[in-house]
Write a protein that binds this ligand. Structure first.
Ligand SMILES: CC(C)(COP(=O)(O)OP(=O)(O)OC[C@H]1O[C@@H](n2cnc3c(N)ncnc32)[C@H](O)[C@@H]1OP(=O)(O)O)[C@@H](O)C(=O)NCCC(=O)NCCS
Length: 422
């Protein structure tokens, strides 16, 4: 499964081959080469995690990298390898290079003691075969200007300040609010390196598609303390009917309900604008509850974070559970044999919030549920229900009804989301 074609080998990429690494992804994703953009946008893959497949003549045929993330999971965090920059040259496709790179990624992540890997998929059909499950769904809306919100006490006391986004000036504020806003949300990966923290605010003119430079809207408490922010771009568009500027909200986070209300009240009523596109939102995002009428926004569902359990017992023991559980899983895993087989999941202690810790041990007992590691990845953040996966025929109940208590335990009150694509 992991054999490379003759004459190909896996190599680490150092800084000296950064341009070749970038060139493979440029070709894979059809990005126009632009030295001016490259000069502004920091290269984000840490060099001890940048890998390639080198073909004949030392040409790079495929690349991938990973970020050292701490993944928020229900009731805790686990180390996570964020798979990224996956690209195979179009003339090297379908020869097993990605398959080989995934094997390398799994091996190296496990050696770094990262029990979980996560990614954003360019296409949904790619990663399931490698044991990644879609663990979070997101929704986007395109709202009409002045879409009404239900009132929230305290919103009116807050102010909003607008400034052109500037990495030097705003990096700390944006990062601090982003970290704090998602502290309780599974999947809310934060930007773990200086390059990633900077990149969110980098805005080369070539990326603006005719729009204005990226703007930062900051919500402030009466004392000036920041309570939320949005990154947005308006595009000037005049029609016979007058101005119809679209507003593209690239990110929006807030620390509490009044700040959320104030932020969206501002975004939804900018002069000259006609529509407001939201960034990806969690399925329980407060905006969805605040909107008087969601329907004109035509909510669209999309896959968000994909999760792969690399070290199953460590990963499962690394989160908390919403109900007590004592069950045996028969797990299949075509890629990581150490995960396959029967595991007993037994809750053993409950904390003051009523969430349970789980012991995960090998067992010879009969299994109640048969599940592939892909489906466990999908259920891991509490986003996809094991009962739903039973209903879909993707998880098998060996004991009738066994999916229900497992689904109750794996569920979580806060829907998972990663707010930015990596
Ligand atoms: C997607 C991509 C990385 C696949 O690389 P590859 O080296 O051709 O993949 P492999 O040869 O190892 O394919 C392994 C299997 O996955 C399947 N597969 C690969 N890409 C797929 C896709 N986009 N959709 C559905 N199946 C896909 C292959 O058909 C093959 O199936 P098989 O085992 O049944 O024969 C490559 O085509 C690419 O770089 N695409 C453009 C950039 C991109 O999408 N990158 C991913 C970023 S998240």
């Amino acid at each position: 499964m992991t054999r490379l074609p003759d004459g190909y080998r896996t190599i680490e990429i150092g800084e000296d081959r950064q341009e070749e690494f970038r060139a493979v992804d440029r070709l894979a994703f059809a990005w126009p080469p632009d030295p001016e953009v490259d000069a502004q946008v920091p290269f984000t893959v840490p060099f001890d995690r940048a890998m390639a497949v080198e073909g004949p003549g030392s040409r790079l045929a495929a690349v991938h990298g990973s970020y050292p993330f701490t993944l928020p999971v229900p009731g805790g965090v686990v180390p996570c390898a964020g798979l990224t920059w996956v690209g195979v040259r179009p003339d090297e496709r379908r020869r097993g290079l990605l398959t080989s790179m995934i094997a390398t990624h799994v091996e190296r992540s496990l050696a770094r003691r990262e029990p979980v890997s996560a990614l954003f998929a360019a296409e949904q059909g790619i990663y399931g075969r490698f044991g990644y499950g879609c663990a979070a769904d997101a929704v986007r809306l395109t709202l009409p200007r002045r879409a009404a919100l239900r009132p929230v006490p305290g919103s009116e006391a807050l102010t909003v300040e607008l400034a052109t986004a500037d990495a030097d000036l705003h990096e700390d504020l944006v990062d601090r609010l982003h970290v704090a806003a998602g502290a309780e949300r599974p999947g809310w990966v934060v930007r773990s390196t200086p390059a990633l923290r900077r990149r969110i605010l980098v805005d080369p003119p070539q990326w603006r598609a005719g729009g204005e430079p990226m703007q930062l809207a900051t919500v402030r408490a009466p004392g000036g303390e920041p309570r939320g922010f949005a990154l947005l771009r308006r595009t000037s568009r005049w029609t016979e009917a007058g101005p119809e500027f679209p507003v593209d909200v690239l990110a929006a986070v807030a620390l509490d309900a009044p700040a959320t209300h104030r932020l969206w009240s501002f975004l939804l009523d900018l002069d000259l604008t006609s529509s407001v596109s939201t960034p990806k939102l969690a399925l329980d995002d407060p905006l969805l509850s605040l909107l008087v009428d969601q329907r004109p926004g035509r909510p669209r569902l999309e896959d968000n974070l994909w999760v792969r359990l690399l070290d199953l017992p460590t990963a499962l023991a690394g989160r908390r559970y919403l109900a007590p559980l004592d069950t045996v899983l028969e797990v299949t895993d075509a890629l990581v044999p150490a995960n396959a087989g029967r595991w007993r999941l037994r809750s053993h202690s409950v904390d003051e919030q009523g969430t349970w810790a789980l012991a995960v041990e090998r067992t010879d007992q009969d299994a109640q549920l048969r599940v592939d590691v892909r489906e466990l990845g999908a259920a891991y953040l509490g986003g996809r229900s094991l009962a739903g996966l039973v209903a879909a025929g993707l998880v098998e109940e060996r004991t009738p009804g066994a999916g229900v208590p497992a689904a109750a335990a794996f569920g979580w009150p806060v829907a998972p989301l990663c707010s930015w694509t990596f």
